[in-house]
Design a protein around this ligand. Structure first.
Ligand SMILES: NC(=O)C1=CN([C@@H]2O[C@H](COP(=O)(O)OP(=O)(O)OC[C@H]3O[C@@H](n4cnc5c(N)ncnc54)[C@H](O)[C@@H]3O)[C@@H](O)[C@H]2O)C=CC1
Ligand SMILES: O=C(O)[C@@H]1CCC=N1
Length: 281
């Protein structure tokens, strides 16, 4: 389900005149496409390539989005956005190459896949980006890095496409992308796991399952919203919950003990970073 409403007035999106071709309209590609349309991109500027189109994406044909066009029907592709699984990129990318001219910019959101292999398989001026699933509600964060041959105009269009689903941070060092993927790309999963385990522990402590699930969901999302709206550091917000000698202190003694959450998180992020590097091979 994609429910992105316009994140900001995005005149760059509205002024796009070439074709934006999305390859792979699954969870992330679909969320991005919804964000572009909500941000004012003309649906007639958009084409989608996906062998298994969802009903939600297929329905966009009525608004003018081109579905699985051939190279001729797609027109001049200004930006190709690659949102297929990294494992299928070699095969899928070769089929995308005919859509790419030397004027096309190629924006990839694939985990692990390097600028060098995108240049080799697809050509074009490559932007490598890593969004995350809160993009589906316009609250994603994306980190992006551009190859040397990306023009200022191409970078502005890439920025507008990525910013349609949340905020964007640009970096110069592609080497950061594996750790970025581990922290913010995969990060929402760690937060959802926290909600799952908080509920499970509540049941262990004697709560009915439905109540425990509601309490965990509202606590994780409410604390997330407080973190977002507050100017205070996460550590200060944590201290504000913690009365000396009280219940929170008792729980934090466990979570912050050794080995505790810090050690677990360092190991988890290291594992995801390693996996991102492996996906490059
Ligand atoms: N799910 C997530 O949290 C995030 C995913 N990503 C990246 O986004 C990419 C897509 O991931 P998801 O959306 O989760 O996967 P998904 O499985 O939901 O979407 C992939 C889509 O690609 C389509 N597809 C398969 N073969 C194709 C081909 N030859 N040409 C065009 N489309 C084809 C599939 O039908 C599917 O709709 C991956 O590379 C992943 O690393 C990046 C950030 C976060
Ligand atoms: O798990 C993955 O490989 C993708 C990249 C970041 C989130 N999902």
């Amino acid at each position: 389900m994609f429910v992105v409403t316009a994140v900001a007035d995005n005149s760059t999106l509205k002024n796009i005149t070439g074709t934006i071709l999305l390859a792979g309209a699954g969870k992330m590609g679909g969320a991005m496409l919804t964000g572009w349309l909500a941000g004012g991109l003309d649906p007639r500027r958009v084409a989608v390539i996906d062998p298994q189109l969802s009903p939600e994406i297929s329905a966009l044909a009525a608004k003018g989005v081109a579905l699985n066009p051939d190279v001729k029907a797609a027109g001049a592709v200004e930006t190709l956005v690659v949102a297929v699984k990294p494992q299928m990129f070699r095969e899928a990318g070769a089929r995308m190459k005919p859509f790419v001219s030397d004027k096309t910019s190629v924006v990839s959101i694939m985990a692990g896949t390097t600028i060098a292999s995108l240049q080799e398989v697809c050509g074009g001026a490559v932007v490598r980006a890593m969004p995350n699933t809160p993009a589906a509600i316009g609250r994603g964060i994306t980190v992006a890095v551009a190859a040397n041959n990306v023009s200022a105009q191409q970078r502005a269009v890439a920025d507008a496409l990525l910013r349609a689903t949340g905020s964007v941070e640009w970096v110069d060092d592609e080497g950061l992308m594996d750790a970025v993927t581990a922290v913010s790309g995969s990060g929402p999963a760690y937060v959802f796991l926290l909600a799952e385990e908080l509920a499970r522990a509540g049941v262990e402590a004697g709560l009915p399952e439905a109540l425990a699930t509601t309490l965990a969901r509202e606590t994780v999302s409410g604390a997330g919203e407080l973190l977002r709206r507050s100017d205070l550091a996460a550590s200060t917000l944590r201290q504000n919950v913690t009365s000396p000698g009280g219940t929170t202190a008792a729980a934090l003694e466990v979570l912050m003990g050794l080995p505790g959450l810090r050690d677990l998180m360092i190991r988890a992020i290291a594992a995801a970073t390693r996996r991102s590097k492996e996906l490059a091979k």
